[in-house]
Design a protein around this ligand. Structure first.
Ligand code: ZN
Length: 181
């Protein structure tokens, strides 16, 4: 399922993001994303830091595995292992338009090379762009279903596929973003 953001956000081409992940090995990942997400999405979506959690479009936090987020009186749960190599993104909608997203990242992921952390965080931010469900995943790129985390910090879809970084989005993901943004 794809759902667009409310018009004011969509028209701006920007998501404002709260940085709640400056801890341990995650320190610095947020700044990397702010600088590189626009390039990853071919300038469809840029990220701007917002220090007010309530004002931010997207709130990023670390999780030990059992977290929840409340927006406009609705509470949703994010339940996944705090050692997973993926996170969980909760999307809050009003009249089918996205108004808020909460990204939870594993506090102690099993794959913790900085390249892997950047990948895991960028993947969740692609969800936050409006890809609500996992059936939107691609077969390759940052938004793929089943990444292989390789020693030395590379990531690939399969043995003969292009290794990341540099990070990229599959054409399916780029065209989906084009429709949403
Ligand atoms: Zn995903």
């Amino acid at each position: 399922m794809q759902r667009p953001w409310i018009k004011s956000v969509k028209d701006s081409g920007k998501l404002t993001v709260y940085d709640g992940i400056e801890e341990g090995r995650w320190a610095g990942v947020f700044k990397y994303l702010i600088s590189n997400f626009s390039g990853l999405t071919h300038k469809k979506v840029s990220l701007v830091e917002e220090s007010d959690m309530n004002a931010a479009n997207v709130v990023m936090q670390l999780s030990d595995g059992n977290s929840s987020f409340t927006y406009a009186g609705a509470t949703a749960n994010a339940i996944f292992p705090g050692t997973a190599a993926h996170g969980k993104t909760l999307i809050f909608r009003v009249d089918d338009l996205v108004e808020k997203a909460a990204v939870f990242l594993p506090r102690n992921p099993s794959e913790n090379h900085v390249n892997h952390l950047r990948f895991i965080a960028a993947h969740e931010l692609v969800h936050a762009c409006g890809f609500v469900t996992n059936d939107e995943h691609a077969n390759d790129g940052v938004f793929m279903s089943f990444p292989n985390f390789l020693q030395g910090g590379k990531i690939s879809a399969s043995a003969d596929s292009k290794k990341m970084p540099p990070y990229f989005l599959a054409s399916k993901t780029q065209s989906g973003l084009g429709a949403l943004w």
